[in-house]
Design a protein around this ligand. Structure first.
Ligand code: AMP
Length: 218
């Protein structure tokens, strides 16, 4: 099978993480989430984590050189050699250019860019309901994708928690950051003929995945 080097693009709360869980299960690609890697660094209290935390708490982007370094190291791991799924990276044009350059050095290139397009008002609503399992990380939404028992993970009974940066003030700045710094990537990847749109507004995860699956099948 041809290699899939996939980017998931979309605003905060668009459903990238939820779609990523499904793509990973179906295609066996390693899930590379810069947000997740940065949250782990914050939890460990490493120098990089302490540096990243101040940006994350205010909903701003961590500096490009920090995130590019994290992705460069992660893509060099053996499990990424046969394909990967990037979730939350790139988020700026300089990050996209750095990614293209590091892949080109290895004779590789991005094969699919999937935009999960959700209107800004809906992003705020979705993030307010977002929860994740404190044990396995599985994502839920109390309104759109609830667990069988409120507050408890279906898979392992873990407590469901809310991310520190999922409060309303931070969400508004994250959406503004998306529109200013990340939305230009839509043009960047359209010009390369790579961008495919999976409209997510008003849709449940299964409905969005039906489109994402078709895009990745190509
Ligand atoms: P996410 O889990 O993708 O929503 O990311 C959470 C936060 O981590 C973001 O609001 C940023 O502060 C930071 N972050 C994640 N990925 C990146 C990236 N590619 N570039 C800069 N900051 C990032």
């Amino acid at each position: 099978m041809a290699q899939r080097n996939v980017i998931l693009l979309g605003g905060p709360g668009a459903g990238k993480g939820t779609q990523a869980e499904r793509i990973v299960a179906d295609y066996g690609l390693p899930h590379i989430s810069t947000g997740e890697m940065l949250r782990e660094a914050v939890a460990k209290g490493s120098d990089m984590g302490r540096e990243a935390q101040k940006y994350m708490e205010s909903g701003q982007l961590v500096p490009d050189e920090v995130v590019i370094g994290v992705v460069r190291d992660r893509l060099a791991e053996p499990d990424a050699a046969e394909g990967f799924l990037l979730d939350g990276f790139p988020r700026t044009v300089p990050q996209a250019e750095a990614l293209d350059a590091m892949l080109a050095e290895a004779g590789r290139a991005i094969t699919h860019v999937v935009l999960i397009d959700v209107p800004a008002e809906e992003l705020v609503q979705r993030i307010a309901g977002r929860r994740s399992c404190s044990v396995c990380g599985k994502l839920y939404n109390v309104t759109f994708d609830p667990p069988r028992t409120a507050g408890v993970c279906d898979l392992d009974g873990g407590e469901l928690v809310q991310r520190a940066d999922d409060n309303e003030d931070t969400v508004r700045s994250r959406i503004a950051v998306f529109e200013r710094q990340t939305a230009p990537l839509i043009g960047y990847y359209t010009d390369k003929g790579l961008l495919r749109n999976a409209p997510g507004g008003g849709k449940l995860p299964d409905e969005v995945y039906a489109q994402v699956g078709q895009i990745l099948a190509d």
